[in-house]
Design a protein around this ligand. Structure first.
Ligand code: UGA
Length: 434
């Protein structure tokens, strides 16, 4: 089928490339000319496992352009995959979605289905459909279908090609069937529902996962108080199939472009309808506090952070991505710098991006061992393999004073047991040998 995809961020680009893999003719549209030029050469603008290879493999079915008019004019299906960042009040900012909707209205010259993949508040598909219909410049029929995405960064290609489910929210059977045809060769179970339910499934899923993380983090914090071990507790809980063992990893809180924004957006929407989501509110609050957990721990070991050399290991919000959005490292490094600490950082992919946030203020190291050199404190924010592969002895050998604060529980406690150091992680007993 002839498909256009608006937006070449994680959602748009991965969707476009995976649709091309399933033999569709796909045109990816973006306003960023530099990005488009790169992609025309087969270079992926995002760090995502398997994506460059898949892009190259399907280049004969992929077109990258800024010319939206041409791309949308005769497309049978147009996917909207642009961002819906949060506004200051927590609600979703739909300006990019509406910009694309207007461009679609002005460009389409044949009947087509517009698919909203971006995460949008419940009821948005209805509005977008009306908006496009009102602004059409050709006498064509358009229908909007909600088709939320469930890809995770780092496993985006796998999550799309081997999705756990494909949700299709349509008001008309005909429009729903068009999407069924688009996904004909995808093996995932497909659920056909109405648009509002599809929109709700997306928010309900993301917010449930965020809640699960905040819950386990709160349990972890309590484990520290009562002397239990969160790793064992989570393992024991996860063996119950009704609970499940995924997303029970305690840490310094969730980040990324989705959970923080989607929890706030649904909470905002609830308030808008005078139906406050108390559980989501709690998840947000717990997460905000959790992000400060390592700094609070650091202050237990040093009365002042001024002049200390701090090794910051991992900057991204999780491994496998160069995305820094809402990464706990950002807030923590800001506090460290404000307190007068000297920050030496290691991250395998996010150095350039991070430097834009704190230009010239941080010393970046190519290896984690270099960041540890002469440090008074080490803070771990991301469980990259390079960090997990460090040996406990390395911390002792390299650091001036080995105080290790592990925000991702990268190591087994017993590995540190007999060494002259402090190893303080999340929801577990602290090894304090100095
Ligand atoms: C999330 C969802 O997992 C996807 O299903 C969804 O499609 C996506 O948002 C989206 O809405 O676009 P993503 O933000 O890429 O995906 O990353 P996750 O793997 O879900 O991790 C989010 C955050 O939660 C990370 O900071 C991670 O470290 C943290 N996390 C995750 C934990 O602290 N503990 C866990 O057990 C799992």
């Amino acid at each position: 089928m002839k498909i256009a995809v608006a937006g070449t961020g994680y959602v748009g680009l991965v969707t476009g490339v995976c649709l091309a893999e399933h033999k569709h003719e796909v045109t990816c549209v973006d306003v960023d000319e530099k990005k488009i030029e790169k992609m025309q050469q087969g270079i992926s603008p995002i760090y995502e496992k398997g994506l460059p290879e898949l892009m190259k493999k399907n280049m004969d079915r992929l077109t990258f352009t800024t010319d939206y008019k041409k791309a949308y004019a005769d497309a049978e299906v147009i996917f909207i995959g642009v961002g819906t960042p949060e506004k200051v009040d927590g609600s979703a900012n739909l300006k990019y979605v509406y910009t694309v909707a207007k461009q679609i209205a002005e460009s389409v010259e044949r009947d087509c289905v517009v698919v909203v993949k971006s995460t949008v508040p419940i009821g948005t598909n209805d509005k977008i459909e009306n908006y496009i219909r009102e602004h059409l410049t050709h006498p064509v029929e358009i229908d909007c279908v909600s088709n939320p995405e469930f890809l995770s960064q780092g496993t985006a290609v796998r999550d799309t090609l081997h999705a756990a489910r494909i949700i299709i929210g349509a008001e008309k059977e005909k429009a729903g069937n068009v999407l069924m045809k688009v996904y004909e060769d995808f093996e995932a179970p497909k659920i056909l529902t109405n648009r509002r339910s599809a929109e709700m499934i997306k928010y309900a899923s993301n917010d449930f996962l965020a809640l699960k993380i905040s819950y386990v983090n709160e349990i972890a914090n309590f484990c520290e108080t009562v002397g239990a071990d969160i790793e064992d507790v989570a393992k024991g809980m996860g063996m119950d199939e009704r609970i499940g063992n995924k997303f029970l990893k305690a840490g310094i809180g969730y980040g990324g472009s989705c959970f923080p924004k989607d929890t706030k957006a649904l909470h905002w929407l609830g308030n808008y309808y005078d139906k406050e989501f108390k559980t989501i509110k709690a998840a947000i609050e717990v997460n905000d506090n959790q992000k400060l957990k390592l700094i609070k721990k650091a202050r237990q070991y040093y009365s002042s952070l001024e002049g200390l050399t701090v090794a910051v290991l991992g900057l991204t919000f999780k491994p496998g991505t160069n995305d820094l959005r809402e990464a706990p490292s950002i807030l923590n490094v800001g506090i460290l710098l404000d307190d007068g600490a000297v920050v030496k950082a290691f991250d395998p992919v996010a150095e350039a991006e991070f430097d834009r946030l704190y230009p010239g203020k941080i010393k970046y190291c190519e290896l984690p061992e270099q960041a540890l050199e002469d440090a008074d404190l080490c803070m771990i924010f991301t469980e990259w393999e390079e960090i997990k592969n460090l040996t406990p002895q390395t911390f002792c050998n390299k650091m001036k004073k080995p105080v290790i604060l592990d925000g991702r529980n990268c190591f087994q406690i017993r590995e540190f047991e007999d060494l002259p150091l402090i190893y303080d992680s999340i929801g577990r007993r602290t090894v304090r040998n100095i």
